[in-house]
Design a protein around this ligand. Structure first.
Ligand SMILES: [Zn+2]
Length: 373
């Protein structure tokens, strides 16, 4: 087995599921074991590795290659994966069939992780032409706390790549996302005397009618040339204690996809404005706000990656995406960062997640060139 395939199989065999805020406990719902494995891989290849504790059992790994070059490149990928409920294959016993490796996280995004690690390790046998920061973060799938922690710890680089399955295309623009709750408050009463209470679910129904209308207006509104329009979706609702009680509380969770430059504050203000004539609701502070990003086609990171990809594949594609990534935080922190990696987002989080191994080999080759151009 080729070293990068062995490495990918090892990474997939170490569970690192994101608990998604649902009270799952135990080491399979932490990134610690995977971080330790990567830490020793880096040290074996002569790369200084440190842990940044984001939360107990949930570290970031930072590998530093300092060759005193004027330029520093960032290679980043997340350690956590989706959960495994409903999977029809063995999630943590990677199988290779028909040129594919099957297992949870193989595509999203341990394929990128393996390619970045192997590509960098290969380059370490000579001398890289740039300094390199390897950053592997916790908790991308739920709250993006690892990436935000790394930025708070003073992450510095001239430009970078975030590894996600893009089928080796360069994503140079993607939307952001802001998520928050709206709560309606009523007064509880016996359901036989509804006039003595105030029904928080009825109050929410008025809020929802406005939100649906607003979401439709966003879809007909101003379009970004490659990303289209911003969107709004209500994904969760909860309210009431029992059928014989007038509910005193109801809440919904809003997912608002933003365009580059559109702040979370502006997105929330837009919703507050459409609800201003409706009584009895309150907006909570956003629990997630990832900025959208857009990098020019002529930016050095795009040009350099484009030429590395063209050397290997014959051509490079520039794309955009509707999903948000850690790249939003790095771009906001002044590090121009694109999204690039092996694998297809269509296989991410699926019941039989896999990655095409030829893309892994190509990605290693591309990263080697990117680091030594
Ligand atoms: Zn991912």
């Amino acid at each position: 087995m080729e070293p990068v395939v062995r490495l990918l199989a090892d990474l997939v065999a170490i569970p690192s599921m994101n608990p998604m805020g649902r009270g799952h406990a135990g080491k399979h719902y932490q990134e610690q074991a995977l971080a330790d494995f990567i830490g020793s891989f880096l040290r074996q290849h002569g790369i200084d590795a440190q842990m940044q504790e984001v939360a107990p059992g949930r570290p970031n790994v930072v590998g530093i290659i300092d060759v005193k070059a004027p330029q520093t490149l960032l290679l980043e990928a997340h350690l956590d994966t989706a959960q495994v409920e409903g999977m029809t294959i063995e999630p943590f016993d990677p199988q290779i069939r028909d040129g594919r490796l099957y297992g949870r996280g193989s595509c999203d995004t341990k394929g990128s992780l393996a390619a970045f690690l192997q590509g960098t390790a290969d380059v370490m046998t000579g001398v890289p032409t740039s300094n390199v920061v390897l950053l592997f973060v916790s908790d991308e799938e739920y709250r993006f706390t690892g990436a935000q922690h790394a930025v708070r710890c003073g992450l510095k680089a001239d430009f970078g790549i975030v590894g996600e399955p893009t089928r080796l295309g360069i994503v140079r623009a993607h939307k952001g996302v802001t998520r928050w709750r709206i709560v309606t408050k009523g007064v509880a009463a016996h359901s036989a005397y509804p006039d003595r209470g105030k029904n928080a679910i009825y109050a929410m129904s008025k809020v929802l009618a406005q939100l649906e209308d607003y979401g439709n207006r966003l879809l007909r509104g101003e379009r970004h040339p490659v990303l289209g329009t911003p969107t709004l979706s209500v994904g969760v609702i909860e309210g009431g204690q029992a059928v014989n009680v007038v509910p005193d509380r109801c809440w919904v969770e809003i997912d608002r996809r933003t365009l580059p430059g559109e702040t979370a504050r502006k997105a929330i203000e837009g919703v507050n404005t459409v609800l201003q004539d409706i009584p009895d609701w309150e907006a909570e502070a956003p629990y997630l706000a990832v900025a959208g990003m857009e990098i020019s086609e002529d930016a050095p990171v795009v040009r350099r990656l484009e030429s590395s990809i063209t050397d290997v594949l014959g051509r490079a594609t520039l794309e955009s995406a509707s999903y948000a990534t850690d790249a939003g935080f790095y771009n906001s922190a002044g590090i121009p960062t694109v999204v690039f990696g092996p694998g297809d987002i269509a296989q991410a989080h699926t019941e039989e997640e896999f990655i095409e191994l030829h893309q892994i080999h190509q990605a290693v080759d591309i990263i080697r060139r990117f680091l030594t151009t």
